[in-house]
Design a protein around this ligand. Structure first.
Ligand code: NAP
Ligand code: GLV
Length: 313
């Protein structure tokens, strides 16, 4: 492969584990860690997670931007991202399995009525009446049936939950009830006891879990959100929790991260807060996939995670 100059920034990579793994995997390329780069006009590729505001300044020959994440909202929202670059995201890269576990945990939590049992324990009440719902008739619905949504759906189905999925395009998923489009969403919502969000954050999906959507779910439905915080109208969710329309929520992502100390989610009895760890990036998988994508891009090919910038994912 031709030598390339690459600029790297990964928010949170304090010990530079990902940087060192990339340098080891791609010895033929020169990788600088932002802001240290003595020749920015020579940079052809960027490998990033949540780059700072000035990251793209003077990168006049930038061709490829590779996200060290499945989501690219952190890039599409970036005012400095040039229009003409290829944008590539991670596809699965070791995230699908832990993500499926997170979703399964949420389904089990809701189906076994753990919110109510925790409250009963707080009051030292022996609530023998809180029998679990039957898994076989506890339907879980997923918004998003992509790399992660599909893997989570399969894991739920393997654990005897009836599963429904909603996505933009129509799909045939064995054993899973599938819906598409606005009418499909309205049809699915009243049938699910737990709702999972595994959508990308785009113009169309921003704030999708709002008061209107929540009102279409049956009473006592449970929310599982490992997508993005901005999929949820947090005020509407709190209102639905406080009025007992929604029984509880397992949330991994938030409008503001880290979740501010004063946020009511921290202390809400029926909310479980997880610090954006539902599908942690596996450094070795991510580095392998980034190396493969770079090789394909430098041969003018289209890697698996090439983003459609019109659609935003
Ligand atoms: P993906 O493969 O691109 O799948 C996205 C799914 O959403 C697809 O099924 C797509 O429909 C559907 N979709 C997109 N826009 C839609 C719309 N307007 N209406 C209906 N469906 C729509 O993405 P992924 O790899 O599964 O990742 C999903 C998201 O998970 C990421 O974008 C990221 O935000 C989040 N994530 C979170 C963590 C974490 O740790 N919390 C980790 C990784 C990822 P089509 O199939 O029809 O295209
Ligand atoms: C993490 O949130 C990701 O998008 O990979």
């Amino acid at each position: 492969m031709m030598h390339m100059r690459i600029l790297y920034y990964c928010h949170g990579d304090k010990d530079r584990k990902t940087l060192h793994a990339l340098q080891q995997k791609l010895p033929e390329h020169h990788i600088d860690a932002w802001p240290d780069c003595d020749n920015r006009p020579e940079v052809e590729a960027a490998i990033v997670w949540q780059p700072p505001a000035e990251f793209f300044d003077d990168l006049i020959n930038l061709k490829h931007v590779l996200s060290i994440a499945a989501g690219v909202d952190h890039l599409l929202d970036h005012p400095g991202l040039p229009d003409n670059v290829d944008l590539v995201r991670l596809t699965d890269a070791g995230m699908a399995q832990p993500m499926a576990e997170f979703v399964l945990y949420g389904a089990l939590h809701a189906q076994r009525r753990m919110c109510e049992l925790r409250q009963a324990q707080g009051a030292k009440q022996w609530r023998h009446d809180l029998t679990p719902y039957i898994a076989d008739s506890f339907r879980v619905g997923l918004l998003g049936a992509g790399e992660l949504g599909h893997a989570a759906a399969k894991r739920l189905a393997d654990n005897h939950y009836p599963v429904s999925c909603w996505s933009r395009s129509k799909k045939l998923l064995p054993g899973i009830q599938h819906y598409a489009g606005a009418a499909g969403l309205d049809e699915m919502l009243p049938t699910v006891q737990a709702l999972v969000c595994l959508l990308p954050l785009t113009r169309e999906t921003h704030g999708i879990i709002n008061a209107s959507l929540l009102s279409k779910l049956p009473k006592n439905a449970f929310i599982i959100n490992p997508g993005r915080g901005d999929h949820v109208d947090e005020t509407a969710l709190l209102e639905a929790l406080n009025s007992n329309h929604i029984s509880g929520a397992l949330l991994d992502v938030f409008h503001e991260e880290p979740l501010p100390e004063s946020h009511p989610f921290w202390t809400h009895p029926n909310v479980i807060v997880s610090p954006h760890l539902a599908g942690p990036t596996s450094v070795s998988h991510a580095v392998d996939q980034i190396a493969e994508s770079l090789a394909i891009l430098s041969n003018d090919g289209k890697p698996a995670g090439l983003v459609n910038r019109q659609l935003g994912y």
